[in-house]
Design a protein around this ligand. Structure first.
Ligand SMILES: C[S@@+](CC[C@H](N)C(=O)[O-])C[C@H]1O[C@@H](n2cnc3c(N)ncnc32)[C@H](O)[C@@H]1O
Length: 354
């Protein structure tokens, strides 16, 4: 999503519209371009922890299922929802819009099965809607004569995947796993309606982006639902629980295991806590798991690179880059563990010789 790729090139002012409709927006909150993330909300002044940044006015449609309703509204220029809808990206760079060739190029099983499932659903749905609308005159047509196809439905449904709500302005917030703001829902004291607010979770400095956590999703789902991936690979070389589990499984001396606390067993820095032999077996097992994981990819990195060179759509390039990154993380782990294994074994040999 970029600043220019809106449904309307010069959309009406969303902030003004939300305020006019009774919503609250902190005076320091602005919509600004946010690099490769498209538009985003930015703090133009310091805000303390707990500050109310946005409160949407209670409105039955804020919490309404989107989908077809959005498509219906998209047809009505100047409708109540127009300032919101016209600010939405025209399309989303997500695999729902992949073509058949793109899907073949992707060749990555977990994503492919999701894409196929969704595409099949959209295509079936397109047929059903077409059937129901067949022969309707335009003055009777619920979508004002708009052609309702799988891609339009995909556009509408995309918005509905994780947040089954219309959240004008709030949905301008970009994602981070270290968010500085969060969405809270509160019952309005005056009536039954839910109030939806964004509140600063930590102190926010001037010029900071206002970021919320979209959820603890896997990168596969981030790519599928939002068209981006977050940095992969953590600070640790080996997942701590996996390391502890392997050390314990491979050990045959219960007492020796019991002499160590869980933190030590989970730590790669704790040098071979159960002895060199167990440590070497644990490293070999992890290296073998890496080999199996690499074997599950249908392509080699070189093939991925040549696919990109041949020229593919932006979404496919992102998916392929993601696949390359995943493989690189695995290869780096194998390389580092092999190095550690070698040094472990050589220390062992020199200890035995002396
Ligand atoms: C709910 S919208 C956020 C507003 C959006 N940036 C815009 O310009 O309308 C979600 C989209 O923002 C972008 N985005 C949000 N967080 C991101 C992140 N951490 N990295 C990359 N892109 C991100 C992606 O394009 C995603 O599909």
């Amino acid at each position: 999503a970029t600043a220019t790729a809106r449904l309307v090139p010069r959309p009406p002012d969303l902030i003004k519209w939300v305020r006019r409709e009774g919503g609250f927006i902190h005076r320091g909150v602005k919509i600004l371009p946010n690099g490769a993330h498209g538009l985003g909300l930015v703090a133009c002044e310091e805000m303390s922890k707990g500050s109310l940044l946005i409160a949407l006015p209670a409105h039955e449609l804020w919490a309404m299922k989107l989908g077809l309703k959005l498509l219906q509204e998209r047809a009505k220029i100047g409708s109540f929802w127009w300032p919101y809808i016209s600010n939405l990206p025209e399309t989303y760079n997500v695999p729902i819009f992949f073509s058949g060739d793109d899907i073949k190029n992707l060749q990555y099983a977990p994503l492919l099965s999701q894409v196929n499932k969704r595409c099949r659903f959209l295509l079936d749905f397109e047929q059903e809607v077409k059937h129901a609308l067949h022969g309707l005159k335009s003055d009777n047509h619920p979508f004002e004569g708009q052609d309702i196809d799988a891609s339009g439905l995909g556009w509408a449904i995309w918005l509905d995947i994780d947040t089954p709500m219309m959240l004008p302005l709030i949905d301008m917030c970009n994602h981070s796993f270290n968010p500085n703001a969060q969405i809270v829902q509160e019952q309005d004291v005056k009536n039954e309606n839910m109030l939806i607010k964004v509140v600063a979770q930590v102190p926010i400095k001037e010029n900071d982006s206002i970021l919320i956590n979209y959820g603890c999703l896997s990168n596969d789902l981030f790519l599928l639902d939002y068209g981006f991936v977050v940095t992969i690979g953590g600070e640790e070389l080996v997942e701590r629980r996996l390391l502890a589990a392997l050390r314990v499984l491979l050990a045959n001396d219960v007492e020796m295991v019991q002499r160590h606390d869980l933190n030590t067993l989970q730590s790669l820095a704790a040098n071979a806590p159960l002895g060199t032999e167990i440590e070497a077996s644990a490293f070999r097992t992890i290296i073998a798991l890496c080999v199996i994981a690499l074997g599950h990819f249908p392509t080699k990195i070189m093939e991925d690179e040549s696919l990109i060179k041949r020229g593919v759509s932006a979404s496919i390039e992102l998916a392929i880059q993601f696949r390359i990154q995943k493989k690189s993380v695995i290869i780096d782990v194998m390389r580092e563990l092999s190095r550690r294994l070698k040094s472990l074994l050589s220390k062992n040999t020199s200890a035995a010789q002396s």
